[in-house]
Ligand binder design. Structure first.
Ligand SMILES: *[C@@H]1O[C@H](CO)[C@@H](O)[C@H](O)[C@H]1NC(C)=O
Ligand SMILES: *[C@@H]1O[C@H](CO)[C@@H](O)[C@H](O)[C@H]1NC(C)=O
Ligand SMILES: *[C@@H]1O[C@H](CO)[C@@H](O)[C@H](O)[C@H]1NC(C)=O
Ligand SMILES: *[C@@H]1O[C@H](CO)[C@@H](O)[C@H](O)[C@H]1NC(C)=O
Ligand SMILES: *[C@@H]1O[C@H](CO)[C@@H](O)[C@H](O)[C@H]1NC(C)=O
Ligand SMILES: *[C@@H]1O[C@H](CO)[C@@H](O)[C@H](O)[C@H]1NC(C)=O
Ligand SMILES: *[C@@H]1O[C@H](CO)[C@@H](O)[C@H](O)[C@H]1NC(C)=O
Length: 500
């Protein structure tokens, strides 16, 4: 009777590829020895298949039974483990119908997802001093990594393809091919938090945000219609294959390095990225039985420079602006609990992997981890944002830009980088191109003064000002404005008149 019921359910559910007939109990494939499970106050959600029909699955942590879930009609059992403080190692086993499977060396800590395109996929072995970075990771036994295999699918699946099962970093090929940004972010963070860190890499080079967005997220924004082809660029295919299956795992947060593939349609991206973040948060929350926060921290890398050119004012600059939901900084009222690393001052035109792949991932990871400490971990007195303009004042052919309400001392490294848009009146709508250089003519501890004499003659009113609005705005760490104490670059901004 029960067997018949399960068979029937399986026949019905098979169309959604969600059915397990194998009797032997097991964990879903991303629960493995050496893994990190999310620590208290959250409860780690785990699931698996093969519980014997009509019998419970006994779940044991370090010899203590913590639950006896029943497998459902599709052969799936699941349980929320007791909220467990950071640390370990622990053994977690499940037993059903005489079969026991054990995960050993399991730590409780914070689980981070690392996703995006090729700059997240960029491998540790492609870093100049990668050997010392790997050694540094190996000195942190609380740091664990795993990688999903690339998988583009038309429909969601219950389990991902595993590229690298959970492991400690080591001098091995799988660590060497692990994400440089993901690993170095963890190394940097581990110097400032005590809990174990579990890093899950799930990325695919050259892919647009649409591929990582569920149909729900896509429906929230206007879309750029693409020609249909079976490839990883299709809407939702990577969400289906590389995000949806891990939604049930309780996680702490996500970092994201993506956007180059959307630079051709930057005006759509602000909506798209906000929709994707909201949707991931809602779906991780729901699939983990509310254990993953529905406002979990989300960090991203604002696009780095690309080509060694000047005068490329569209594409990357617009995309960087869109990445912040057009505020210029994060977190902000639209992107709450979001943090970023500014990278537009880290060109590497000589990169053997192409200018689109700068090798300077350590700077990116350090900036991102600093912001994570301030935003994701709420550590006090972390100055994690570069200076941002708060006030503009005009006298004659001078425009003064004050940063952070006068609260941050700035360092000025070059006079170039600001531009103004000139119009007949302040209501002139500034175009993407055709701006005029407005060099820094002087500065105080907390403001810069721009020479706007480029706006002369018939159209002499300054109708807009922008900063670092170039694909590749400056030489390495030589943009115009930085925090004096932090060495963090002021992010790009654009501002239309009025300036009061
Ligand atoms: C339980 O295990 C026995 C022996 O291994 C097997 O014959 C039987 O089919 C299993 N029962 C279920 C319900 O999976
Ligand atoms: C986990 O299992 C291993 C191997 O059986 C054992 O040596 C170790 O003591 C166990 N750890 C805990 C915390 O029970
Ligand atoms: C790698 O090299 C960079 C730049 O030279 C340096 O800042 C960093 O400390 C090095 N990292 C390690 C782990 O050796
Ligand atoms: C995925 O969808 C595309 C477009 O509808 C279709 O051409 C392709 O055959 C589908 N692939 C699979 C594996 O179903
Ligand atoms: C690592 O990769 C190299 C080159 O691809 C190969 O020769 C070597 O056998 C691999 N080592 C391991 C441990 O897989
Ligand atoms: C889970 O969260 C949702 C909304 O976030 C809420 O409506 C629901 O009651 C929660 N369920 C439990 C079991 O806490
Ligand atoms: C970048 O372009 C400048 C100006 O054309 C040139 O002098 C410089 O050598 C280039 N740098 C690289 C690394 O190609």
């Amino acid at each position: 009777m029960m067997d018949g019921l399960r068979l029937n359910l399986c026949l019905i559910l098979q169309i959604s590829a969600f059915c397990y007939n194998d009797a032997a109990v097991r964990f879903a494939n991303y629960y493995a020895s050496h893994m990190v499970l999310q620590k208290a106050p959250a409860q780690a959600h785990i699931w698996g298949t093969g519980g014997a029909v009509g019998q419970s699955v006994t779940v044991v942590i370090d010899g203590k039974t913590v639950g006896t879930p029943m497998a459902n009609g599709a052969g799936v059992w699941e349980i929320l483990l007791p909220a467990t403080p950071a640390g370990g190692p622990h053994n977690i086993s499940v037993t059903s119908n005489g079969t026991t499977v054990t995960l050993s060396d399991v730590l409780f800590g914070d689980v981070w997802i690392c996703s995006g395109q090729s700059n997240m996929g960029y491998q540790i072995s492609q870093i100049r001093n990668y050997s010392s970075v790997v050694t540094s990771a190996m000195q942190r036994p609380n740091l664990r990594i795993s990688e999903l295999r690339q998988n583009a699918l038309n429909a969601t699946v219950k389990e991902p393809l595993i590229g690298t099962p959970w492991q400690k970093p080591g001098h091995d090929n799988t660590t060497h091919s692990f994400s440089a940004v993901c690993l170095m972010f963890a190394i940097e963070l581990s110097q400032h938090v005590t809990q174990p860190l579990g890093m899950v890499e799930t990325d695919w080079g050259g892919t647009p945000v649409e591929a990582w967005s569920s149909p729900t997220a896509l429906a929230a924004c206007p879309q750029h219609k693409k020609k249909r082809a079976i490839d990883p660029h299709l809407p939702s295919v990577l969400y289906n294959g590389m995000i949806a299956p891990i939604l049930p795992m309780t996680i702490f947060g996500a970092i994201w390095y993506q956007g180059e593939s959307n630079a051709g349609k930057p005006q759509l991206y602000a909506c798209q990225i906000e929709a994707m973040i909201s949707d991931w948060r809602a779906k991780f929350h729901q699939a983990s039985k509310n254990q993953t926060s529905n406002t979990f921290p989300f960090g991203f890398v604002q696009l780095a420079p690309n080509r060694n050119v000047t005068g490329a004012h569209t594409g990357f600059p617009d995309l960087r602006w869109a990445q912040t939901a057009e505020y210029g900084y994060v977190p902000n009222p639209t992107l709450k609990n979001v943090f970023m690393a500014v990278a537009m001052d880290l060109p590497d035109y000589a990169s053997p992997y192409g200018t689109i792949h700068p090798r300077t991932k350590e700077d990116v990871a350090v900036r991102l981890a600093l912001a994570a400490r301030g935003v994701a971990y709420g550590q006090q007195n972390i100055d994690f944002k570069g200076p941002f303009p708060t006030h503009f004042s005009q006298t004659g052919q001078k425009l003064t830009v004050e940063y952070d309400n006068g609260n941050t001392d700035i360092s000025v490294r070059t006079t170039a980088g600001f531009e103004v848009c000139c119009g007949l009146s302040e209501s002139h709508v500034c175009p993407g191109n055709g701006w005029t250089a407005a060099p820094i003519s002087g500065h105080s501890a907390t403001s810069v003064t721009l020479d706007t004499s480029g706006c002369q003659g018939h159209s002499h009113v300054v109708a807009g000002v922008r900063y670092a609005w170039e694909e590749s705005p400056c030489d390495f760490k030589k943009c115009a404005v930085y925090g004096l104490g932090t060495n963090l670059p002021a992010p790009p901004f654009v501002k239309q008149a009025p300036f009061s």
